[in-house]
Write a protein that binds this ligand. Sequence first.
Ligand SMILES: NC(=O)c1ccc[n+]([C@@H]2O[C@H](COP(=O)([O-])OP(=O)(O)OC[C@H]3O[C@@H](n4cnc5c(N)ncnc54)[C@H](O)[C@@H]3O)[C@@H](O)[C@H]2O)c1
Length: 253
Amino acid sequence: MRHLRRVVMVTGGAGGIGAALAERYARDGAAVGIVDANEAAGAALAQRLTDAGSRVHFAAADVGDFSACESACRAIETALGPIDTLVNNAGISPKHAGKPMPFWQMDPAEWNRVMDVNLNSVFNFCRVLTPGMVERRFGRIVSMSSVAGRAYLDIVAAHYSTTKAALIGMTRHLAGELGPHGITVNAIAPGRIDTPLVRGVAREANEKIVRAEPLQRLGAPDEVASTCLFLTSDEAAFVTGQVIDVAGGWLMT
Ligand SMILES: NC(=O)c1ccc[n+]([C@@H]2O[C@H](COP(=O)([O-])OP(=O)(O)OC[C@H]3O[C@@H](n4cnc5c(N)ncnc54)[C@H](O)[C@@H]3O)[C@@H](O)[C@H]2O)c1
């Protein structure tokens, strides 16, 4: 129960890695705010965790929209109390018939959407929640980057890797600026994790990656959650500005 008395917000918490995070934080004693655009899945998960005895509140929002993020934070804080732990997990990686769009054919609207969901969302939630963390002199922030933020991967498009690299820069900057206020800021760079996002790609593409990994398998959402829970726990109180790969040894950098 390392997160007893914590109030944790997980964005994109209704599915994939986010749902594993919500579940693990709830089991670890935290009150959990789930934000997701998928209302049905978010409400169902919140209900299931509440029935199991946890304090959970679901707020539906498009994380790319600043005022929707603000409303979601307020709704969760009203229900559960001040948010001290923020996990910026929501993200998209658009595919076309299972393939990434070549940069030279990319629609500007698709580029901007990925910026909004993967990158501007992190600004939105950090901007809304850090004033309270600064005031209380405590905060934990983790953002979901990707190994695609550090290396060229032909299975994702340029907008995706751009946002994931930007999150690494943002993590380091915020760690520097917010450290003196008692706030740690870290990132996780997952490799290939078995979620709906990865299942949208041709099976051969995933098999090729698995063969290139020392551990020779897809990761499980719960394995990403384990690293995230460590980073927000008291055991990691002296860890900030770091990017931790959870990638089975793939693309060691
Ligand atoms: N799965 C992987 O292999 C992998 C690898 C590297 C990084 N990541 C990152 O981990 C994070 C989670 O990925 P995942 O595989 O669990 O994805 P997923 O597609 O399985 O789940 C993403 C969740 O985010 C929600 N979401 C998407 N757009 C949203 C929006 N605009 N507003 C609110 N909610 C929204 C979805 O409804 C869904 O519940 C993402 O940031 C992703 O880029 C995943």
